[in-house]
Design a binder for this molecule. Structure first.
Ligand code: KG4
Ligand code: ZN
Length: 345
């Protein structure tokens, strides 16, 4: 019997993961391959764009070949090539975009351009067919912190975003201050397990009563001053701190960030009358955030439904790209071969 499903090859190179995946009908994950560059950037405490781009060039074709092999499909089974072309590091995005355009041209398959943030949002929808809409979507990653009014997968409406650091960036920078290993998010979460979240009262920036924007640079600076003295005039105390003191700082910082994320998400849901919350992006892997959002949803009147991206699809991957592309495929929204990467979006 002929396979009537729509198979899409997704490609993702927006930051420090080279990823490819084959997804059928937007839901059935046939393969997902990720070459992570964590080791490469570890010693710099953050992603170095030039190194990221070179590593994508090395890995892109082996990763795509592996995704096709694991999916057990051949070129003729692929219906379209999808690629995240924005937002991200332009010199990283261009590698995936060039690969996708080349395959689209040589294999004569339609090309689909995907917004990386909308794809993060889509990963929260992977296991849900009919969520009650409108929903509020919180996307928290290394580069972005955004709230969306979600009424359709094709046109999420931006309600608010960070005016300075992204939530993940704050986790990464605070981990560097505390001399915890890169990437910072998982390190802070681990250290925080043994800490007291009420030990230090770090600031919670709400930016006014109605604002749906975020600001995390203040809390990062507060942690820095706590460790180095006001205006950086004191000794760096981190080296002489006990494991418990570090754990208390990590737990108090994490609690403050989670507090703001949960309160703003509730504020957005109240504003648009949403009974469904979607959570995606790298920071969505954080257990405190997941638990606190769940508590907020359960205790609200009426209770809200929380849909969270599966952990393996919280951080960057190509499944979310191929999944979202299915809906663009069905809507006939194809890109030209002149497609360019774009830093913003
Ligand atoms: O979505 P992602 O893979 O890449 C971007 O699009 O930026 O997110 C990576 C970010 C990093 O800042 C990382 O520290 C953070 O997600 N992250 C976490 C956790 N796991 C990853 N932050 C807090 N808790 C975690 N468990
Ligand atoms: Zn991302």
């Amino acid at each position: 019997m002929q396979d009537k499903s729509i198979n899409i090859l997704g490609i993702e190179t927006s930051c420090d993961e080279t990823a490819a995946a084959v997804v059928a009908d937007g839901k059935i994950v046939k393969s997902s391959v990720i070459a992570s560059q964590t080791k490469l950037h570890e010693k710099y405490g953050g992603v170095v764009p030039e190194l990221a781009s070179r590593a994508h060039i090395e890995k892109i074709y082996p990763v795509i070949a592996e995704a096709i092999a694991q999916a057990n499909v051949v070129r003729d089974d692929i219906d379209a090539i999808a690629v995240a072309n924005q937002p991200g590091l332009t010199i990283a995005l261009i590698v995936g975009v060039t690969a996708a355009k080349t395959l689209s041209f040589t294999w004569n398959k339609p090309l689909i351009a995907i917004n990386h943030l909308h794809a993060h949002l889509q990963s929260a929808m992977l296991s849900e067919d009919n969520p009650q809409l409108p929903a509020v979507a919180l996307i928290v990653s290394g580069g972005h912190t955004c709230l969306y009014d979600y009424r359709s997968s094709l046109e999420p409406l931006l309600l608010g975003s960070t005016i300075d650091d992204a939530a993940g960036e704050a986790f990464d920078k605070v981990a560097t201050i505390l001399k915890l290993p890169y990437p910072g998010g998982p390190s802070i979460e681990k250290a925080a397990e043994k800490g007291n979240p009420d030990a230090i009262k770090f600031p919670r920036s709400m930016l006014g009563r109605d604002s749906l924007d975020f600001s995390f640079s203040g809390i990062k600076t507060a942690v820095l001053y706590y460790c180095r003295g006001q205006n950086m005039k004191g000794q760096n105390k981190v080296d002489s701190m006990s494991e418990q003191q570090i754990a208390d700082i990590a737990a108090s910082f994490q609690a403050a960030v989670v507090d703001v994320l949960v309160k703003k998400t509730k504020r957005a849901a109240d504003k648009i009358g949403a009974n469904t919350i979607l959570l995606g992006g790298g920071v969505a892997a954080n257990n405190q955030l997941r638990t606190r959002l769940q508590q907020m949803c359960d205790s609200d009147v009426p209770p809200k439904k929380l849909l969270i991206a599966p952990k393996q699809y919280c951080t960057d991957n190509a499944v979310m790209v191929a999944s979202l592309a299915y809906y663009k495929f069905k809507a006939g929204l194809f890109a030209e071969l002149t497609l360019e990467p774009k830093a913003t979006g």
